[in-house]
Design a protein around this ligand. Structure first.
Ligand SMILES: [Fe+2]
Length: 309
């Protein structure tokens, strides 16, 4: 069929009617968004001459994605989770908020309720043969003053790129910890250098990435939520210099300000004083939080999270 068969007027009228715009009942916000969404879907179908076969195949594909529990993976893959971050960055800028550590995507693999400790924590259970890594950092305000009592909630993959709870192979909450910063605003985590990971081979997300000519891999990274009373909660992560996928993360999570260079420690005395018998890695990740203020855009995202049993 040719493209552009239907007038904008006809599409607008149908979208408005389907969204219930002509009645006074229902939810005004849902109607507003539904009307625009339907109109744009109709436009794309008409402009691209989407066939009925293509349309129903897309509906089936979205259904498969949802049934697989992959929507949380697909959304960052098509750039929308990063887009939401860009919007929040811009809204903060317009509200006069700046100077804090930059945010990046949460991703779909957070598990709430990780063990909480003060000042420091060991995150791994000793079963992972990967390289030992100490992450240390300080949480500060925009004024440079340390924030004692901030909660640094960290989660990351193991040396095979798998997450506890999700991969079914690791102990509950392995590589997931919450650390309360000490009097100097500092935290230290002993853990294992994570590996990157890709979308599962049979996943709908990988299937779409292949159709788009893209890979479906993430560089290694460490996720963070950081919160403290009176400050704006931050969702972020850091990556590692030299990672093969550092600048092509399929989930658009890498931000230049969040790349950390691992220091390799080989000095025998340092190894001994760290309680180890082999070289290890050190990462530094300081965090600056901005003060909460009235009428600022919300940074705490209401999103469904699992809790490990
Ligand atoms: Fe992740």
């Amino acid at each position: 069929m040719p493209a552009n068969l239907i007038s904008k007027k006809v599409m607008k009228k149908l979208a408005a009617e389907a969204a219930g715009v002509d009645n006074a009942k229902g939810d005004a916000r849902v109607k507003e968004v539904t009307e625009r969404l339907l109109y744009r879907i109709m436009q794309v179908i008409d402009e691209c001459d989407v066939s009925m076969d293509e349309f129903w195949s897309a509906v089936g594909f979205i259904g498969k994605t949802a049934n697989n529990g992959e929507l949380g993976l697909m959304i960052p893959g098509v750039g929308i989770e990063h887009f939401l971050d860009l919007r929040l960055d811009e809204a903060e800028k317009r509200a006069g908020i700046s100077g804090g550590t930059i945010r990046t995507i949460e991703g779909p693999l957070y598990v709430a309720g990780a063990p909480l400790s003060k000042g420091e924590a060991r995150m791994d259970d000793g079963a992972d043969p990967g390289e030992v890594m100490f992450i240390s950092g300080q949480v500060r305000g925009e004024d440079g003053n340390p924030i004692a009592g901030a909660i640094v909630d960290i989660w990351h993959a193991n040396s095979k790129g798998g997450y506890s709870f999700i991969d079914g192979e690791q102990a509950p909450y392995n590589l997931r910890r919450r650390i309360e910063t000490d009097a100097k605003g500092c935290y230290v985590a002993r853990t294992i250098v994570p590996n990157g990971y890709g979308c599962p081979p049979e996943s709908a997300t990988r299937q779409l990435m292949t159709l788009l000519g893209r890979h479906a891999e993430r560089p290694a990274h460490v996720h963070y939520f950081i919160s403290a009373p009176g400050y704006r909660q931050l969702t972020t992560q850091f990556n590692f210099t030299g990672d093969k996928y550092l600048h092509t993360d399929f989930a658009f999570g890498t931000r230049d300000e969040l790349i950390v260079t691992l220091e390799r420690v080989t000095d025998a005395q340092e190894i001994r004083s760290a309680g180890l018998n082999r070289p290890f890695a050190r990462a530094r990740f300081d965090i600056v939080l901005t003060k909460e203020r009235a009428n600022a855009p919300e940074t705490i995202v209401q999103r469904e999270h699992v809790i490990a049993a």
